[in-house]
Design a binder for this molecule. Structure first.
Ligand code: NA7
Length: 551
């Protein structure tokens, strides 16, 4: 049943802006800069005490960029930024990314329009006034015709629901909410739940210090050598000297990086020896480049996929000395259909005497006590619990915000069976609300700072269109939402991705509707949205701007 959310008219003043942005991470920062450049009055709200979003919160040991890294994991809107900023390593550590974002905030004077330590508790649309109102935990209220949700694809922590976990009396940290004060593992018995990107980055670092580390693994993972190294002066000089052509390449590449798309060759066209030689060369080089030098059917053909997964499984067996432990570490899903992970000494960590691996598939957790975790095979006394259990990803932060659209219908109601939207940015019944990196957009499959710029550029033009034509509201039609949902699914269904349980499909959160939630069309997405704009914003409906006395 639809809850007709009728906003309580709270007393107290209300601030008015042209646009309100929720979130001061990579996307929200750019949205602020862009809209301000367009001459708009803008206010950003963020619950943290500083900028950075995901990079602000994820301070766990070993946290680094685990995609194609520096110097191209960056904004592109200002060439000066590239010319003046020195990245040190190919896989920048969390503090280096945050330093960069701090620099951007200073250089473009962003902080004056950001209100930190301010959590948006509610957002609702006023049909008559054609504007959004946000309510915050500090009592601040603001309204604006446009609401930009830059709430993050990986920012709502997924907390495991395990009997007794709240009784555990030792230290307990989620990787995505890591304390700002140093955490010491020295002399402690630590357990880590989770072997996704965060767990696999943190585990080798924790093992170096802890008295004992118990890894509680639900799904064995494919991990590839990160190959982190200092950037060479030649790479830095090249990035600077060839900035324009690099941007061109970034726009043409499926993932938004200045590398060539995979060669048009099936893995099955090569002999086993040729394949092995190619995989080995990529493995030795390390980094996300592994996935750019592959064949073009690894995530399409089961047989091709098998050639790569066999290669990685062989590497795991060669690295881990104890055959029983190695066996537990062998993944059995299609390689790359769960987020590919870059590691630094992850499998080697299991050769240490102070590390134990528990395979939860054969030895599940029964419960926690104040001082231990009990699995089917027995009790593991621990002093600290690290939850590397990931996020209610991609759609989770929008659902946590749960804005109320026309007629007070909440997003939870609208999305009870699927993340209905158009172009991954706009939602029917939620006029003038735009998501950056929302479900149904390329999001986490694309260079995120660049993706934010490109989506926000498109949204800015749509806002200009409205303002220029005296239009007051825009939202997608039901038909266009339905067609977009089918398009997102059809592209994904042509691959092996939807056949694996992952946070991309929503399978990591109990009860979440299961749909592959990213647009896998790569850079084609940007052609697609440009065409929509050119065709007079095909798929959207508009309302004329109401004058105050119409309302
Ligand atoms: P991920 O990749 O979602 O990994 C979470 C891990 O935690 C994964 O191994 C999960 O197993 C495991 N998990 C989650 N809930 C439980 C419970 N209840 N019991 C046991 N194990 C559990 O999150 P990350 O933070 O590592 O990475 C997120 C992204 O951030 C990453 O891909 C990069 O893009 C950056 P599962 O595989 O679901 O069986």
């Amino acid at each position: 049943m639809t809850s007709q959310h009728q906003p309580q008219q709270k007393s107290g003043s209300i601030e008015h802006y042209d646009a309100v942005i929720i979130g001061a991470g990579v996307s929200g920062m750019y949205a602020l800069h862009h809209l301000r450049e367009m001459g708009m009055s803008v206010r950003v709200y963020d619950g943290a005490t500083g900028i950075g979003g995901t990079w602000w919160y994820n301070r766990y040991p070993g946290a680094r960029v685990d995609g194609p890294g520096s110097p191209f994991y960056c904004y592109t809107f200002s060439e000066e930024l590239m010319q003046e900023w020195d990245w040190a390593e190919t896989q920048s550590e969390q503090s280096a990314v945050l330093d960069y974002l701090e620099h951007v905030a200073d250089r473009f004077d962003l902080r004056r329009d950001i209100q930190f330590e301010t959590w948006v508790e509610d957002a609702y649309y006023d049909d008559a006034a054609q504007h959004w109102t946000v309510e915050t935990n500090t009592g601040v209220r603001a309204s604006a015709p446009f609401l930009i949700c830059a709430v993050g694809a990986l920012s709502t922590a997924n907390m495991p629901n395990i009997p007794g976990i709240h009784d555990f009396a030792g230290e307990c940290y989620h990787t995505g909410q890591w304390p700002h004060e140093p955490v010491s593992f020295e002399g402690k018995r630590v357990a880590v739940i989770g072997t996704g990107s965060s767990g696999i980055q943190a585990i080798p670092e924790i093992a170096k210090e802890a008295a004992h580390l118990t890894v509680l693994q639900r799904t064995a993972q494919f991990a590839f050598p990160a190959g982190n190294r200092p950037l060479t002066p030649e790479e830095v000089a090249d990035a600077r000297a060839n900035w324009d052509s690099n941007i061109e390449k970034m726009h043409a590449n499926a993932g938004g990086f200045p590398v060539d798309n995979n060669p048009p060759r099936s893995a099955l066209e090569d002999t086993p020896e040729e394949r092995e030689a190619r995989y080995e060369a990529l493995w030795q080089r390390g980094g996300f480049g592994f996935f750019h030098g592959l064949y073009n059917d690894i995530v399409i053909s089961e047989e091709s996929n098998q050639t790569l997964s066999d290669f990685v499984r062989k590497k795991i067996r060669e690295t881990v000395r104890d055959p029983e432990t190695a066996k537990k570490l062998l993944p059995d899903h299609f390689v790359i259909t769960k987020r590919p992970i870059l590691d630094d000494g992850y499998f080697e960590t299991y050769n240490r005497d102070n590390v134990t691996l528990v395979d939860l598939r054969e030895d599940p957790i029964e419960r926690f006590t104040p001082t231990s975790v009990i699995t089917a095979s027995g009790e593991h006394p621990i002093d600290m619990l690290v939850l590397a259990t990931g996020f209610d990803a991609i759609s989770g932060s929008m659902l946590r915000l749960n804005p109320k659209g026309r007629g007070g219908v909440s997003l939870k109601e609208r999305w009870n069976d699927r993340f209905h939207n158009y172009l991954g940015m706009a939602i029917g019944g939620f006029p003038n609300l735009f998501m950056i990196h929302g479900p149904g957009s390329p999001g986490v499959f694309y260079n995120m700072p660049l993706g934010a710029e490109r989506q926000m550029g498109w949204v800015g033009e749509l806002m200009q269109h409205l303002n220029g034509k005296e239009l007051g509201a825009v939202e997608p039609t039901a038909n266009s939402e339905e067609a977009w949902g089918k398009e997102v699914s059809a592209i994904a269904d042509a691959t092996l991705f939807p056949r694996t349980d992952s946070w991309w499909t929503g399978a990591n959160v109990e009860g979440k509707p299961r749909y592959f939630s990213a647009y896998l069309g790569g850079s084609f997405y940007y052609d697609r949205i440009a065409d929509v704009a050119t065709n007079n914003y095909e798929g959207f409906t508009f309302e004329p701007k109401r004058r105050a006395d119409d309302a």
